[in-house]
Ligand binder design. Structure first.
Ligand code: ZN
Ligand code: FE
Length: 208
């Protein structure tokens, strides 16, 4: 029987729960699953800390309701990115650090601190550079996984789609705020705050 069912066996013995075929197939295709999952942890740590910092940045855009709303979309979508990719870390044999401080410290992008002068212009610049770091991060993960790990690649390219949206939003807003220039992103508001059209996890019990 095994002759005509070649995928019924491989490097992981039957019933062995200490290893994962889902990780070994990635290794067989040339990517080290341990290295990849550590990179994913750094990347989702940045998504999680960005979610936190954007909360603070958004609250300081008082009176700029359009800026606030777009920051809120980016904030919630970054949380969705954390949640989308987290299961992949476990699938590749990794785990979340027990201490959130360790998690925050390993983020692959800098802390998006509120600027000393929290003008709308300065806040928008912090937001823009955070998005650019995310684009670079997820592009690197796409490059690592394109041929070796279709599952991680699928997640990374979904996140990347939204990070590119986010950069375009903040270019539009910063151009207007700082330079008085119209520099369209071509986007209109998400249907719901933080809709995450590419990256959201499947919603269960969504009968509405
Ligand atoms: Zn993100
Ligand atoms: Fe983002």
């Amino acid at each position: 029987m095994s002759d005509d069912k070649p995928h019924m066996s491989g490097t992981v013995p039957p019933g062995d729960t200490s290893q994962r075929v889902g990780a070994e197939v990635v290794r067989e295709r040339g990517v080290d699953p341990e290295e990849l999952r550590e990179k994913l942890l750094d990347a989702i740590a940045a998504e999680f800390t960005t979610y936190y910092y954007y909360t603070n940045l958004r609250t300081h855009l008082a009176g700029e309701e359009d800026y606030k709303e777009i920051t809120e979309d980016a904030r919630l979508e970054d949380r969705a990115h954390f949640e989308l990719v987290l299961p992949r870390v476990y699938e590749l044999g990794g785990k979340l650090p027990n201490d959130i401080r360790d998690f925050a410290d390993r983020a692959s992008c800098a802390d998006a601190y509120l600027p000393d002068d929290p003008s709308a212009e300065n806040i928008l610049e912090v937001l823009l550079e955070a998005e650019r770091c995310a684009i670079r991060t997820w592009s690197e993960i796409c490059d690592m996984t394109r041929d070796a790990d279709p599952r991680t690649y699928d997640m990374a390219q979904r996140v990347l789609n939204e990070e590119m949206d986010h950069e375009a939003w903040f270019i539009e807003l910063l151009s207007k705020e700082r330079d008085g220039e119209v520099n369209p992103a071509g986007h209109f508001v998400r249907g719901e705050p933080g809709e995450a059209p590419y990256s959201t996890n499947n919603r269960f019990n969504d009968s509405a």
